[in-house]
Design a protein around this ligand. Structure first.
Ligand SMILES: CC(=O)SCCNC(=O)CCNC(=O)[C@H](O)C(C)(C)COP(=O)(O)OP(=O)(O)OC[C@H]1O[C@@H](n2cnc3c(N)ncnc32)[C@H](O)[C@@H]1OP(=O)(O)O
Length: 418
């Protein structure tokens, strides 16, 4: 095995973008071809100061980049996060520490910038724990057997006076951002979507070399005319022995009210010729199964971790969110990388707001920084981690108390893969 010492890691410049993109494709098992058009599209979305490449004798063999992100936390505030993406090391150069070197550089700069946390969507479970990331939100995908669901097949639209309409991609691009912002302000785990996100999702920016299938876009308007829901889906038209066996796959379904959510799911589940609906990656406690008369018609096809979170500033993080129960807690955080370690006093008031600062008081709980990442959005159970020996209960009863404070009524959900 060759050491990584002869390999230069540096931020890239404009001339490196084609080679960097090729290196990324190589690690992601995509054909190692890069068109001029793809370079232009990618370049426009990259912050070169935050884009690293590894170069072996001038050849780019690894890619890594990060970007500024807002992450919604329990209570609806958002924190500045360092979103890590496009991590790819060529198979010829794997396991020589290249990812480790690029991650170290990136986290150091994120800490210097004052980001509260780093985030990523992990390709594999075993990669990122060593860098202090923990799985902070999970996702579930269902496949609904429409015939079994028991919904009224005579459905002719929302009964609440609202309406459901198809819109063209341009209208989806116009209406989507404001709707998403309304939802993002209420749902922990959501991350911001920029203009590029909407342009890509609506076919206005198409990465070269990958086929584009125009989705159907549907909006739900409440009785007062407000756009409260947006659905994007593709459909596959399949027949067997003169019987329709179509599948609809949800790309995005965002809604700010139960009525909107119900209307959009009911609409999709009543489209003629569609016998199977794939939900896409939803929150594990999504309403979908329980909207069906027979929830067993919705079969779980994926249940997995999605958003991983690496705390960088514990007081900033713990003060940004709210708490379901008032209380005080002293947590001792171990962070071998030195960014977020220490002992902190968290004091949550009856209004849910909290103060947090370093303290010399004895710890109630001791845990690693990655486990704080897993607990932060309220999804993981302190008691469960204590049972596993990952949270040490230094004061009897502290785990149960922390559980009451940290858990959220609805589970956090990140609908975006970045
Ligand atoms: C946020 C994202 O973009 S997720 C996408 C990640 N990319 C991919 O999965 C694409 C295919 N894989 C790759 O590109 C690479 O193998 C990477 C990026 C996963 C790892 O890069 P490498 O440069 O090989 O990692 P590096 O050598 O720094 O590994 C550091 C440690 O992590 C371990 N590790 C790295 N990847 C994995 C893995 N997939 N599974 C288990 N352990 C891993 C290494 O064994 C090493 O452990 P050690 O220090 O105990 O020996």
């Amino acid at each position: 095995m060759t050491a990584s010492t002869g390999i230069e890691i540096r931020t890239i410049d404009d001339d490196d973008v084609p080679a960097w993109t090729r290196a990324m494709h190589t690690g992601f098992l995509r054909p190692p071809v890069v068109s001029k058009e793809e370079v232009e599209i990618r370049r426009a979305g990259m912050d070169l100061d935050r884009t690293q490449g590894a170069f072996d004798g001038g050849r780019c063999v690894a890619a890594f980049r990060s970007f500024a992100q807002r992450l919604t936390v329990p209570g609806g505030a958002s924190v500045a996060a360092d979103a890590v993406s496009n991590v790819s090391v060529s198979p010829t150069h794997r396991r020589r520490g290249l990812l480790g070197r690029m991650m170290t550089n990136d986290l150091r700069l994120a800490k210097e910038r004052g980001d509260a946390a780093a985030t990523l969507i992990a390709a594999e479970w075993l990669i990122y724990g060593r860098y202090g990331f923990g799985p902070a939100s999970w996702t579930t995908e269902w496949e609904v057997d429409v015939a079994r669901a028991g919904l009224d097949r005579r459905y002719a639209g929302p009964a609440d006076g609202g309406r459901v309409d198809f819109v063209d991609p341009g209208t989806a691009r116009e209406l989507g951002p404001a709707l998403h912002e309304r939802l993002r302000a209420t749902r922990p785990g959501f991350v911001d979507r920029d203009e590029r996100w909407w342009r890509r999702a609506t076919g206005d920016l198409r990465p070269a070399g990958r086929p584009w299938t125009e989705p159907f876009y549907v909006v739900y308007r409440a009785p007062d005319g407000a756009v409260d829901g947006l659905l994007a889906y593709t459909a596959q038209d399949t027949w067997e022995a003169k019987r329709p066996h179509g599948t609809a796959s949800v790309l995005d379904l965002i809604a700010v009210s139960t009525e909107a959510e119900r209307a959009l799911w009911h609409f999709l589940l009543s489209v003629d010729w569609i016998t199977t609906v794939r939900s896409g990656f939803r929150a594990p406690d999504d309403l979908l199964p329980l909207l069906l008369p027979d929830p067993r018609a919705a079969k779980v096809t994926t249940h997995a971790d999605l958003l991983w979170l690496r705390p960088l500033d514990v007081p900033a993080l713990l003060e940004a969110r709210t708490y379901a129960h008032p209380g005080t807690l002293v947590v001792e955080i171990a962070d071998p990388d030195g960014y977020a370690g220490g002992r902190f006093l968290l004091e949550a008031g009856p209004d849910g707001a909290a103060r947090c600062a370093a303290t010399a008081r004895p710890a109630d709980l001791a845990l690693g920084v990655g486990d704080l990442g897993a607990l932060y959005l309220g999804d993981e159970s302190v008691v469960r981690l204590a049972a596993l020996g990952r949270v040490a209960e230094e004061r009897p009863g502290a785990a149960a108390r922390a559980e009451l404070m940290l858990r959220t009524a609805r589970r956090p959900w990140c609908p975006d893969v970045f």
